[in-house]
Design a protein around this ligand. Sequence first.
Ligand SMILES: *Cc1c(COP(=O)(O)O)cnc(C)c1O
Length: 358
Amino acid sequence: MINFTVGPVQSTEEVKEIGAKSAPYFRTPEFSEKMFENEKLMCEFANAPEGARAVFITGSGTASMEAAVINTLDRNDNVIVVNGGGFGQRFADICALHEIPLTEIKLEVGKTLTKEDLENLPDKKYTALLVNIHETSTGVHYDPDLIGDFCKENGIFLIVDAISSFLADDFDMEKCGADIMITGSQKALACPPGVSVMVLSKKAQQRIATHNSGCMYFDLKSALSNGERGQTPFTPAVSTLLQINARLKKIKANGGRKSETEKIAAIAQDFRNKIKGMPFEIVSNSLSNAVTPLRPRNNVSAYDIFTVLKDEYEIWVCPNGGDLKEKVFRVGHIGALEISDNDKLIAALKDMQKRNLI
Ligand SMILES: *Cc1c(COP(=O)(O)O)cnc(C)c1O
């Protein structure tokens, strides 16, 4: 199978080999050393501000989304949630569950966030803004500077879910002024699922220190204090953390975060050039390099295209759920993919065209 989904995605041979071995015992200086490297490289690749820390949560991306909320916000907050699709809705649901007052900015499918959307908010006293900088469900990427400037001007605490955007798009925590950046192991980090990472500014650490999370497993106070000795409070996904370590060091050796982003951008651009003239419409007015959302023309079912590619061509693209299931499928550009893989996908789509399936 060739995997063009947005996670889990394909891993390199080096990363796969680590996963083939038994997990080592981890309460050791050797493992701590790897965790220190992980923290340092995550902060570097996020361009985190001075004094930032990174913590590694065993749990998928959503675990860190919820951990961010319960460790830094409470009923005295008044938050804005940018809700442009499934992941924005998830942030709204997490806030509602934990009884944190929220105002949603609901966006139409395929439309990015604008300055007017922020200026037209009903209330002026907000304390925090939660955003999925790339709303992976629709493939819309929001402008980090627009959001960052708004938060700076209004003294708003900024939580950015960059789970599918980290490494794929330029994201600079310091420049945009984000207080928390979240990512996950199975997106552009291209490791197995199960670990999510949070980079925390000093301001975020202060909020954590003064908040009661009401939760033991996702208590970031203990994650931060254990991290000081390169450890986690409980047994983490040890092998996945070692895979992340190998991957981060490889990115560093290959020129760092910027080179990785350029590589992903080149694969995305190549695909977008090759899909021109085919019966698909790209349905986003602001794209991430991580994914291309496509609407088939001629009323062809997007979900049927996913099924035929999977069953007859050994290719996974990413289907959509909910209202978009029949309308849109997505082609991911993250993970261990090459330009030649794009050619195989295009050839499969051309063959389907010949068979009158699209
Ligand atoms: C993948 C993703 C998540 C995390 O989903 P999990 O299934 O919990 O890993 C969250 N937000 C965005 C924007 C994502 O792309």
